[in-house]
Design a protein around this ligand. Structure first.
Ligand SMILES: Cc1cc2nc3c(=O)[nH]c(=O)nc-3n(C[C@H](O)[C@H](O)[C@H](O)COP(=O)(O)OP(=O)(O)OC[C@H]3O[C@@H](n4cnc5c(N)ncnc54)[C@H](O)[C@@H]3O)c2cc1C
Length: 410
């Protein structure tokens, strides 16, 4: 049985790994010309995604590549001195198994895990998918597949082709996100520097093995801002406008906007689809259920989603009419929970009042100062669904679950 996956970042390679282990024949098409290796941004793997990485045999590499950011200096707007926070306590309070890693390192690790068993096509994109499985590409000749999976991110091409325009499913949650790559001028090593004001939060971090750093900007806006997604100068202007005067550090980071080799700007939107499968096509990861970049633990959700989808396809012997609804049922509660986490994390991380700013800084200090047990309890009390990513239950699809029988089995 031949399955085409669009997207080779996180959910695509994890899905490819588990599908090939279960006897399916897999092709992955990725729009980028090669596997991205510029680093991207830091992402989080919580307990269930760590467990899945362990089953894939890649956990040692994941841990070796961890950013190792375990301290944070956090400045409240106007304060002269930072509050020092033990980040490992904060992560530990949310999940007893956690790694922060640069996204491109993670996708390389997952890609390597099954690269010899998967056909990868880089520098191409799907242009049409017919109901009988004929797929057209921008460059490659048309081919027929039994199933197609969109693992192509928040702005998924497969979703647009099958379900229509993104605006039908995306909900703006009142915030924007910007990221830029800049020199690690302050020599950050294993620490995050953060400045928080009313309606705006900016931070800078450096992964241990990267020569450069990232500055991340989160800010509130009640209304959606007026800009074109390709108009980078306008996006930079919006960022400068939102963060001017927060702190001299932040002004220095903003100065790098004219020189940065990598810049990202987007609204924080949540995808809300009632179903993410139609006919022979389904979606996985951010493409189907992004709870909001940088706030909802979406990387762990993407890894779990890919594992569950492969498991349900094998369990149903390749019959997508049984597997896709089972996959959606298994993910529904995790997706709902992640949306709630994202909304509450956005509220906490980008406070709407001076009181909220104080609450964030003092809360972080308190959790990091307490021993593990009480800090977990405190986080649990103060942060809605804080431990969702620790407690997610995921079926343990047996390794012996290999597709057999059923329509079009391998
Ligand atoms: C700035 C930022 C900060 C973030 N911070 C965090 C964080 O702190 N913690 C966390 O857990 N998560 C974070 N995330 C979210 C995290 O990056 C995603 O949840 C995760 O990468 C989802 O993986 P995915 O494979 O589903 O999608 P993506 O990683 O978005 O990958 C989609 C892939 O599809 C490819 N693609 C796109 N269009 C096409 C096409 N037409 N044809 C073929 N291929 C295509 C892309 O090139 C890409 O390789 C952040 C995201 C952003 C943008």
């Amino acid at each position: 049985m031949r399955i085409l996956i669009s997207g080779a970042s996180v959910s695509g390679p994890v899905l490819a790994y588990w599908l090939t282990r279960r006897g399916f024949s897999v092709t992955v098409v990725e729009r980028a010309p090669t596997l991205r290796k510029t680093g991207g941004h830091a992402v989080d793997l919580f307990r269930p995604a760590m467990n899945i990485s362990e089953k894939m045999g890649v956990l040692p590499r994941v841990e070796e590549r961890a950013t190792d950011a375990n301290r944070m200096n956090i400045y409240r707007e106007g304060a002269r001195r930072p509050v020092r926070v033990d980040l490992s306590k904060i992560y530990g309070a949310a999940s007893d198994r956690h790694v922060e890693i640069m996204r491109d390192d993670l996708s390389e690790i997952y890609y390597d895990a099954a690269r010899d068993d998967v056909e990868y096509i880089f520098g191409d994109s799907i242009t049409a998918i017919s109901p009988d499985g004929e797929v057209r590409f921008e460059n490659a000749a048309p081919r027929r597949f039994d199933l197609v999976v969109g693992a192509d991110g928040l702005h998924s091409n497969v979703r647009r082709l099958i379900f229509g325009e993104e605006s039908r499913f995306s909900a703006f949650i009142g915030a924007y996100l910007g990221v830029l790559t800049l020199p690690n001028a302050s020599g950050l090593d294993g620490e995050l520097l953060m400045h928080v004001g009313v309606g705006r939060t900016a931070g800078m971090y450096a992964a241990r093995h990267l020569g450069e750093a990232r500055a991340i900007f989160l800010f509130r806006s009640e209304r959606e801002l007026d800009y074109h997604h390709r108009d980078v100068p306008r996006q930079k202007e919006l960022l400068r406008g939102a963060f001017g005067g927060l702190h001299a550090d932040v002004d220095c980071w903003l100065d790098e906007l004219d020189r940065t080799p990598a810049f990202y700007f987007d609204s924080i939107t949540q995808l809300r689809m009632d179903t993410w499968s139609r006919g022979r096509v389904t979606l996985v990861g951010d493409a189907g259920y992004c709870p909001g970049p940088a706030v909802g633990g979406s990387t762990s959700l993407a890894v779990v989603g890919a594992y569950v989808l492969a498991g349900e396809l094998a369990r149903a012997g390749g019959d997508h009419e049984r597997a896709f609804p089972a996959y959606e049922r298994a993910m529904a509660e995790h997706v709902r929970g992640s949306r709630a986490v994202a909304l509450s994390a956005a509220k906490t991380l980008i406070p709407t009042s001076r009181l909220g700013v104080r609450g964030l800084v003092q809360g972080a200090r308190l959790i990091s100062a307490l021993p593990a047990g009480p800090s977990r309890a405190l986080l649990h009390l103060t942060t809605k669904s804080a431990r969702l990513f620790n407690s997610m239950t995921v079926d343990d699809y047996p390794a012996s679950l290999v597709a057999s029988g059923g329509r079009g089995a391998a």
